[in-house]
Design a protein around this ligand. Sequence first.
Ligand code: GLC
Ligand code: GLC
Length: 817
Amino acid sequence: MSRFGRFDDTAREYVITRPDTPLPWINYLGNEEFFGIITNTGAGYAFFRDARFRRLIRYRYNNAPLDVGGRFLYVRDARSGDWWSPTWQPSRTDLEDFQCRHGLGYTVIGSRREGIRCESLFFVPVAQTLEIWRVRLTNERPEPADLSLFGAAEFCLWDAWDDATNFQRNYSTGEVEVVDGVIFHRTEYRERRNHLAYLACSAQPTGFDTRRDAFLGPYRGWDRPVAVERGRSGNSIAHGWAPCGSLQVDRTLGPSETAEVVFLLGYTENPPDAKFDPPGSQTIRTAGVRPVVERFTRAEEVEAALGEVRASWSDLLEILQVGTPNEHADRMVNVWNPYQNMVTFNLSRSASLFESGVGRGIGFRDSSQDLLGFVHMVPGRARQRILDLAGTQLPSGGAYHQYQPLTKRGNDDIGSGFNDDPLWLIIAVAAYVKETGDRGILDQAVPYDNEPGSESPLYEHLQRAIRYTLDRLGPHGLPLIGRADWNDCLNLNAFSETPGESFQTVENREGGVAESVFIAGLFAAAAKELAALAALHGRAEDAEAAREARVRMISVVGEHAWDGDWFRRAYDHAGAVIGSTENDEGRIFIEPQGMCVMGGIGIDDGRAELALASVAEHLATPHGIVLLQPAYTRYRVELGEITSYPPGYKENAGVFCHTNPWIVIAETLVGNGDRAFDYYLRINPSAREPISDVHRCEPYVYAQMIAGKDAPTHGEAKNSWLTGTAAWNYVAMTQWILGIRPEHDGLRIDPCLPSDWEGFTAVRRFRDATYRIDVRKPGSVSGRVASLVVDGDPVEGTLVPPAPEGATVTVEAAIEP
Ligand code: GLC
Ligand code: GLC
């Protein structure tokens, strides 16, 4: 058992105390248009809006050594000639007192070597398109020190995919321009681009380099730049090949003296008709960016901008703060889980250590679910996200599986036909309206497939989403699965035999009848939400129709999808059952147990409890609940990608963490608070911190997957950060275990707590009022709320009606067995 750091709960930071973590442990900088990924050794990259098309700096993926690229700092001692990277990478020289503090929107990396302390702060100021690297060098020696500081970055030629592959062109296009000590990267600016990247510095540099081969020297890496070794820059100008930026600053520091140097890595645009100065020349226009550089290289501006970043995060987090008896629950709910939710909102699945930033667009189902975790923090941006998603919906009611963030248009490469996709939009809209009370969004005109002229109210989009399912029912009356449902890898119509072919986009085999029980469960959940929205919208008939369709679906599930002890998973292309005792492998799957119960199926007749008992018996492990059992041991062409993974990994019986909170929620629906919280803790990153050597990913955020019990590496996490796990765990803990649940008519207080708790407190801002919630419960019993007192007055039931804007409301709830 070992850790690589600790939580600093007061500062809301994770403090990493050695640089060689099992994997790079990352943080995200920026929250609007400009983003950076930064690892515990300062590596990573930055981009404007789109991680593929506007990449500022290069990163070497899957490199050996790990984690090379990004922000390079070097300190050199003139007297001894000794030099090192104060963030450890890329030189990996021994350091004393290494400490990396990942905070909310900023990272500080500190270290000491030979009496020279260096502390580097990295962040993106609110609403700016630049990264600040503030470096403080302190001489802790008794005598003066002559130091050189180098700040450097390797520019990416904008399109990260092209940059990594198209060398016949790119080795000739690279261009830079150095203006007043600022290095501008201007590749393709002479033609169709009107944007530049720059590296600037608060001091007048003593030298610079922009040619990578000049800075590094022949056959050397970033770990041994010749310019740093000799202590002198070459003032090189790049023509083609690999343009980089390096600025050198020299300082003599007396004993105990500190020098502060600020580097800026920025992005700037000029109007297309004002790219050059003077007009008609080929000299870049820098007038627009100069004031920005001036401002953010000033120490007091840096300090103020950092304060603003901190304040903006505090504002977001203050919307819900809880005090429970469990430190792992508090830490995740109050800080890290909502932080991760915002990152999934901003980046969807585009850029992490596991998502290269050149691949995926914004997923329809992914974003719809991510929204559940951030809607309370940024309701205005959530509204826009809903409209963007709905605008890519097809006239059939179906959905493009992904859209491109720069254009907001559906992605043709991946296309549509994932038959669960449209239903998630209903879940997202319901969550938005419950949180905000903004029913007007239902009237908002939104096009189909971004086609001008095709606009119809959002409400109609939701109706089409539900009809999309009802128009596509199979022989048992269950929804047809299409390319796949939530489980991208259950490809029942793919029949792929060609190596390398994408299971998601391969031509589907015709004539199949593959049906999904998961979609049936999701339909039950979505139809219930739609009925409520229809009623709010004054459409009683639609509400009734949705309720009836739901009842019919539930009865079909009862007839054809109940296996005796659990819900079945699907029927394949030929109509054979999946996820049943009839199968030899894949006899029980987690998704239908979670989603059918969340859809309200089986709660009244004991089937939900039976299904959950089966989950406990067959799927639960100390490291979380695996997706299926027994794992598939060989490739099955009729099931697709799921059987392509070795047993215990990913969808083939890994702990696919996204699904675990569904079981947590289902357990609260049958009143089992002990089991719900137990499952919650099994994948809680903070609770797993003591086994960081096994878990290996960051202990402050959720990972998509933890290797299952069939895997030799059981317990090892992968794919941290960008996962629907974040939103769903937040929902499961805050809305179902703590039971603080926004509803159309108010704030529900309906906790389902572990029996050994004696209650908890919470402060929740909801529709512009503040609720101070105090839940009391005798220890060692289970129970539900028996009495609710709002501002001193007893209230029937568990719903707190909405308070007037600005009000502070006290809510006291007593739980009894
Ligand atoms: C990935 C996808 C998500 C899918 C899940 C299960 O997380 O982003 O859309 O539901 O895998 O296959
Ligand atoms: C792969 C992954 C799966 C993901 C899908 C998205 O199939 O295994 O988890 O959802 O790609 O395209």
